[in-house]
Design a protein around this ligand. Structure first.
Ligand SMILES: [Fe+2]
Length: 158
């Protein structure tokens, strides 16, 4: 006896979904805190150690986040019926390494700099904003790709 419904191709692993949900929540909290601190570089000298810690945690979380995205294979599953989107998916997947290097470099620099200096904090805040904008653009492009793939899969617009 099978509970599989005709036409149903998506299988969902509850434990895996829980891990993805926890990852998203932790990533969001780290980014929110870093955004808050980076918006007020004049207050950063009082939070130098925390800023460095947050950046290091961000690197670890991003590594997990990207691994989950790649392991989950949302591209593969969604794109099986949409090979024309495959090139875009490959491009987005390749951005993971670049984004991770940006975050790691930022954490390394922050760890070596004198965060009592306002000039240093302003520069770091600026670099964080640039990284944050790249990450937002990446996440947004991924979401659009998934939606496009799902639309093709569902035959929306046919
Ligand atoms: Fe991604």
């Amino acid at each position: 006896m099978s509970e599989e419904q005709p036409g149903s191709r998506v299988t969902i692993n509850a434990a895996f979904l829980q891990e993805i949900k926890a990852d998203h929540q932790q990533l969001k909290e780290l980014l929110d805190r870093l955004r808050n601190l980076s918006q007020q570089p004049q207050a950063m000298p009082n939070h130098g150690r925390e800023y460095v810690d947050l950046l290091q945690k961000l690197c670890d979380q991003l590594a997990l986040h990207f691994t989950l995205e790649e392991a989950y294979g949302y591209f593969e599953d969604a794109l099986e019926s949409s090979p024309r989107l495959d090139q875009q998916a490959g491009m987005l997947r390749a951005q993971h390494a670049d984004l991770f290097v940006l975050a790691r470099d930022l954490a390394d620099v922050a760890g070596q700099e004198d965060l009592e200096s306002l000039a240093v904090c302003e520069k770091l805040a600026e670099q964080f904003h640039a990284f944050d904008n790249s990450l937002k653009a990446h996440e947004s492009a991924e979401l659009n790709l998934i939606l496009a793939a799902l639309e093709e899969d569902l035959g929306v617009g046919d």
